[in-house]
Design a protein around this ligand. Structure first.
Ligand code: AR6
Length: 170
């Protein structure tokens, strides 16, 4: 199971995996950060598909095609805005990881890449988010049959890569 989970530094929009996860907002109509980069790289087909979804509650996930991306699918999930940690943020972030995996596996996805959901504009502390992501992914992957061959945690910078490495080694 352990070799399924790895971390890399890079731009998630260039990743050749079956599905990439987008750290979106409740509207699913695009934004900045990784969301903006994914829409930019996928082209206008992605926004048109997102318009049909009617938004997404925090902690849930929705799937579209990847359009001009190398990835076949985009799984849009909405992380919590960090408000100090007492507003259910850890449980909502954990739900993002679980619900994204459920949706991926339901479509036969074998490889998936996650950005550091909520760790940009939404302000979730990076170290805590990486530990939570690794713990949640490990628990999910060991708890059921799934067909996944790779779960890639994508760090956009060296600091995030370090945080993922520490979380994976812990
Ligand atoms: N590839 C991989 N990771 C990236 C990329 C990229 N191309 N670009 C940024 N990151 P953020 P959030 C990292 O702010 O905190 C949007 O406007 C970034 O360094 O994109 O969940 C949405 O529409 C950070 O570690 O997402 C929402 O309104 C991580 O991705 C809001 O931001 C997430 O940062 C969501 O905020």
């Amino acid at each position: 199971m352990e070799d399924l989970l790895r971390c890399v530094q890079g731009d998630i929009t260039s990743m050749e995996v079956d599905a990439i996860v987008n750290a979106a907002n409740n509207s699913l109509l695009g934004g900045g950060g990784v969301d903006g980069a994914i829409h930019q790289a996928a082209g206008p087909g992605l926004l048109a598909a997102c318009r049909l979804l009617g938004g997404c509650p925090t902690g849930e996930a929705r799937l579209t095609d990847g359009y001009l991306l190398p990835a076949r699918y985009v799984i849009h999930t909405v992380g919590p805005v960090w408000q100090g940690g007492g507003e259910g943020e850890p449980e909502l972030l954990a739900a993002c990881y679980r619900n994204s995996l459920e949706l991926a596996v339901s479509r036969g996805v074998a490889s998936i890449a996650f950005p550091a959901i909520s760790c940009g504009v939404y302000g979730y502390p990076l170290e805590a988010a990486c530990i939570l992501a690794v713990g949640e992914l490990r628990a999910w992957l060991s708890g059921r049959p799934h067909g996944l061959r790779e779960v890639r945690l994508v760090a956009f910078d060296a600091r995030a890569l370090d945080a993922y490495r520490r979380a994976i080694e812990a």
